[in-house]
Ligand binder design. Sequence first.
Ligand SMILES: Cc1cc2nc3c(=O)[nH]c(=O)nc-3n(C[C@H](O)[C@H](O)[C@H](O)COP(=O)(O)OP(=O)(O)OC[C@H]3O[C@@H](n4cnc5c(N)ncnc54)[C@H](O)[C@@H]3O)c2cc1C
Length: 446
Amino acid sequence: MTAALVARVGASRVDVEPNELAAYARDRGALAAAGAPSAVVRARSTGDVVAALQVATAHRVPVVTRGAGTGLAGGANAHDGCIVLSTLGMDQVLDVDIAQRTATAQAGVLTADLQAAVVQHGLWYPPDPASRAISTIGGNIATNAGGGCCLRYGVTGDHVAALTAVLADGTVIRTGAATRKNVAGLDLTRLLVGSEGILAVIVEATVRLRRPPAPLSTLLATFASPPDAGVAVLALQRVADLSLLELMDRTTIGAVERLAGAGLDTTAGAVLIAQADVAETARCVAAMEGAGATAVTSTSDPVEAEALLDARRYALPALERLGVALLDDVVVPILAIPEMLARIEEVAARHRIVIGAFGHAGDGNLHPTIVLDPGDPRAEAKAKAAFREILAAAVGLRGTITGEHGIGLLKRPHLDAVIGAPERALMARIKDAFDPLGILNPGKAI
Ligand SMILES: Cc1cc2nc3c(=O)[nH]c(=O)nc-3n(C[C@H](O)[C@H](O)[C@H](O)COP(=O)(O)OP(=O)(O)OC[C@H]3O[C@@H](n4cnc5c(N)ncnc54)[C@H](O)[C@@H]3O)c2cc1C
């Protein structure tokens, strides 16, 4: 099989060296199983992807598509003997269409690079996962990534107009249209969004752009506890149409301060970082004070604002410095946020474990992150129990088990809690229609 790959895509793009294979075996998610790939293909073009998939199909070898490997659910983890198909070398922004307000990019373009490329044309690509500097647009589409600004502007999938993708047998398909409206046929674009590499390999994407927003006011509020901050989320919801509303609890604040020295109050039980239209600042301050904030400050200085957002972006890397970080990605209805935050604290106290909670509070999307001591043999079992209990708590509050990281391998055992048997069977039939031999990322996502 390796000889066939080399013949079709060239020796310089195929790697079988053991250290390289190990580097491509897993993503950033903790505790999900990972096998040993037999080859890594570093695609540079759609032609490379077609060739690799044709070889894989001929040899009946599974293919794990990989962007930057920053996923947190084991979605890009290798299967024993698989081909890891890396799109990271497909890194060209192909077109920025100012009149249509679209950009077309290869799948391996880093999200921040796409954002920088369109800014030069006076345009803005809103989806802003905290990993935007290190994750790819293809990976963002395959996971339907969220981020801070997604509160007002919608998640990645809301910005995808058209895709070029390659099916497992090498057939190239084009979905959607660059036009502002299009309802021709079934919406295959939307089906590929969030499909976690199990239906097709996305090779190019046309995304919708906006004009940059007017300058915003950025607010920082401290609270005695995460549930108190949750009450303020509800209060803000009633008075303003926020652009961003992020939460960090005391454990996360402490970790961020140790990593980055961002100047946050380490005695606070929780902080909220909000962005609102300047005209709504006073209303937001009053709402947070009325909901029990111990201090609220605001700034219209973009440099100060970016420093605060950076502090929030450090949350996961900072917690990862404390130990192995097992990240949940639960979403609850807005009204249930205070209760969900209280449940997370209860789980941490009962198991006597460290859980750092942070997340996109305005969307009800929380990332309780269980920090394990890798040297403690009982830690993994306790962490897994806490992980399950947090998922169950979210489902019990009429929430769901993932808002943006996907199911991958990590949450597949819990899928029945949120998707019924008929719907799961239908998803299996859709997978079968795209990939009848089950080549693409088998055993993941559905
Ligand atoms: C520090 C940090 C912060 C993060 N913050 C956020 C956040 O704010 N919001 C958020 O949503 N996520 C966040 N993440 C998670 C992660 O960055 C996202 O899931 C991201 O979209 C993954 O992109 P990637 O290129 O790394 O994809 P990978 O991890 O390589 O792959 C993810 C999944 O997509 C599939 N895939 C990748 N590329 C393609 C393709 N071209 N075609 C088909 N399938 C493909 C893979 O098979 C896998 O199932 C964060 C991660 C880290 C480490």
